[in-house]
Design a protein. Structure first.
Length: 162
């Protein structure tokens, strides 16, 4: 039977059928057995469970130079403590494996309001809501769509009457 016919029957490509045939001819039945079951996997973990415990305890305190732990800092710590040199990405994965994440506050936009501007806005908003409740006592819901000190009253709010 030709390779193309076997490929059409089995659904494999012709190249794959040829590869299987070569393995069978070279090694017999053992040549076509799935070898993944016998493969123990990739490289062993960089740190033993005991070393991971020690590393976790050390990471509970801030780094010597201050700041936060990062991949390069953890890699350097592992190199100093255990004599194992690992890439910064592997060090970051080690942090994640220990259940630790980088905790940083969200960055503020350069045009975001200052604390004083926020307090002023909040006071103005409270005043506006009280004014709307006084002007429209039958209002069910008051929705602020946009707030600008220079906006017209019509674009300032929308409200529904019972």
């Amino acid at each position: 039977m030709k390779v193309e016919q076997v490929a059409a029957i089995t659904g494999f490509s012709a190249d794959w059928v040829q590869k299987i045939a070569r393995c069978y001819n070279a090694l017999g039945v053992e040549g076509i057995v799935d070898g993944h079951k016998n493969n123990p996997g990739g490289k062993q973990k960089a740190l033993t469970p005991e070393q991971q415990k020690q590393l976790f305890e050390r990471l509970q305190s801030p780094p010597d130079d201050g700041g936060l732990w990062s991949g390069p800092k953890v890699g350097e710590l592992i190199k100093q403590q255990f004599g194992i040199r690992i890439h910064r990405t592997t060090a970051w994965r080690q942090l994640r494996r220990l259940g630790l994440t980088l905790q940083l506050p969200r960055p503020l936009h350069e045009k975001s309001a200052t604390l004083e501007e926020r307090a002023f806005f909040k006071a103005q908003l409270k005043f506006f809501v009280r004014l709307m409740r006084w002007l429209c006592p039958n209002t069910v819901q008051l929705t602020i769509s946009s707030f600008s000190f220079f906006s017209s009253f019509a674009s300032f709010a929308s409200f529904a009457v019972r």
